[in-house]
Design a protein around this ligand. Structure first.
Ligand code: CMC
Length: 377
């Protein structure tokens, strides 16, 4: 069988690896749509719960449908108890993404529908995964930092509960809305690396938890979701706004990548960055500390002038998350809480119309040769 040639730069660039009705990206004009709805409209008018329904069902929910979903998410907030033992026993150095990956794996083993990959069971599991992932991230952080866990409120949104479980108090409504917008913006993004990983796993007819475990491990990397934590590291290293350009010049001179910039698909600004920039400024102003916003703007200006690169979603999410009181080590897990919606939607879509994903590789190793016995080597 003839094998298609490798894309010149590798990395499957420009290769169509499947069909999906979930998400459309125009990298030239910087447009992102979920099932036909512009991300800017969703960020302005929708909620994360509504977005989950849209991704899972392809249509915005009616009022009764949204109420049913909110009720189902609320009823499934509490994960099985064993996940807290893992959080308590995790070594201090354990990355919260590794902990989340392990906890999701545990949940998979004890899920009431673990042996069923049918669409109905997949939807039920998707609801549990989305409902519980925020609880896992926030409550594990409290356990690991010696704070008493607080109970989630099943009548409140995922965004409200994320803030409440992490900080232990009644969250500010404008902060809740900012979290909700972050969750919407990070929910889905086409055939990104972690979604591809999830689809490859699902396409073997493995279960939704196994596919999500693959995805979490993939999102963790600094070239993907792990970039948001590295952006914050960079912001903390900067002396001040005036010293930013020299710092960036040095990084680029050392051929280092500036995290939060560049993208495989966008040739212009990532539309999520446009929305998050505004939220970064507003949150900074509202919380009386615009330092991180100003530093991020200075980084953006320098990188654009020096390298011509545009910001991606991870650039402004760092300052947004910091203003919301999220510790840096939770930035990528919080991205995972949101992307859980997209991962599960993709896995459901893959299971519905499946074929094993099994590409070829071009062999570049030694030519055929006779085996040499150990004694003669
Ligand atoms: N800083 C400095 N140089 C960069 C950057 C960057 N952030 N991004 C790309 N480049 C340069 C790169 O060095 C290369 O230059 P040259 O051709 O001279 O070697 C050129 O641009 C093309 O880069 P590439 O690595 O071939 O592009 P890619 O499509 O494989 O990579 C990327 C895309 C996102 C991995 C890359 O832009 C990058 O490493 N960015 C920093 C990490 C980051 O912010 N990741 C988050 C991505 S978006 C959200 C998500 O997926 O989580």
């Amino acid at each position: 069988m003839a094998v298609a040639p490798l894309a010149p730069k590798g990395g499957l660039e420009g290769i169509i690896a499947g069909r999906s009705a979930l998400c459309e990206i125009d990298g030239e004009t910087g447009k992102l749509l979920y099932a036909g709805y512009d991300i800017a409209d969703l960020a302005e008018h929708s909620s994360f719960e509504e977005t989950c329904w849209l991704l899972w069902h392809g249509e915005l929910p009616t009022q009764p449908e949204l109420a049913t979903l909110a009720q189902a998410l609320g009823a499934n907030l509490e994960p099985r108890a064993t996940v807290w033992d893992v959080a308590a026993d995790a070594p201090e150095c354990a990355d919260p993404m590794d902990l989340l990956r392990t906890q999701v794996s545990l949940l998979g083993m004890s899920d009431p529908d673990c042996a069923d990959n049918g669409e109905h069971a997949d939807h039920a599991k998707a609801i549990r995964l989305v409902a519980q992932s925020g609880v896992l991230v926030a409550t594990s952080e409290r356990i690991r930092t010696g704070l008493r866990p607080v109970d989630p409120d099943p009548t409140r949104s995922i965004a409200w509960n994320l803030l409440h479980l992490l900080h232990g108090d009644e969250p500010d409504e404008q902060d809740v809305r900012a979290v909700d917008v972050c969750l919407i913006l990070h929910a889905e993004h086409g055939m990104n690396a972690s979604t591809f990983a999830a689809r490859v796993t699902a396409a073997t007819l493995s279960d939704i938890h196994s596919a999500v475990v693959s995805a979490i491990g993939t999102l963790k990397g600094p070239l993907h979701g792990g970039a948001n934590e590295r952006v914050m590291e960079l912001l903390r290293q900067l002396p001040d706004v005036d010293g930013t350009r020299a710092h960036i010049e040095q990084l680029l001179a050392n051929r280092k990548r500036v995290m939060g910039f560049g993208h495989r698909v966008y040739r212009t600004e990532d539309p999520r960055a446009t929305i998050l920039r505004r939220h970064s400024r507003d949150l900074g102003e509202r919380h009386g500390d615009t330092r991180w916003y100003e530093l991020t703007v200075a980084v953006e200006k320098s990188v654009h002038q020096l390298k011509g690169l545009y910001p991606n979603v991870d650039l402004y999410s760092a300052s947004v998350y910091t203003s919301l009181g999220f510790p840096q080590r939770l930035f990528t897990p919080i991205f995972a809480v949101s992307r859980m919606a997209g991962w599960t939607a993709n896995i459901i879509e893959q299971h519905r119309d499946n074929r094993l994903i099994r590409p070829d590789s071009e062999y570049v190793g030694a030519p055929p040769r006779p085996y040499v016995p150990l004694s003669e080597r």
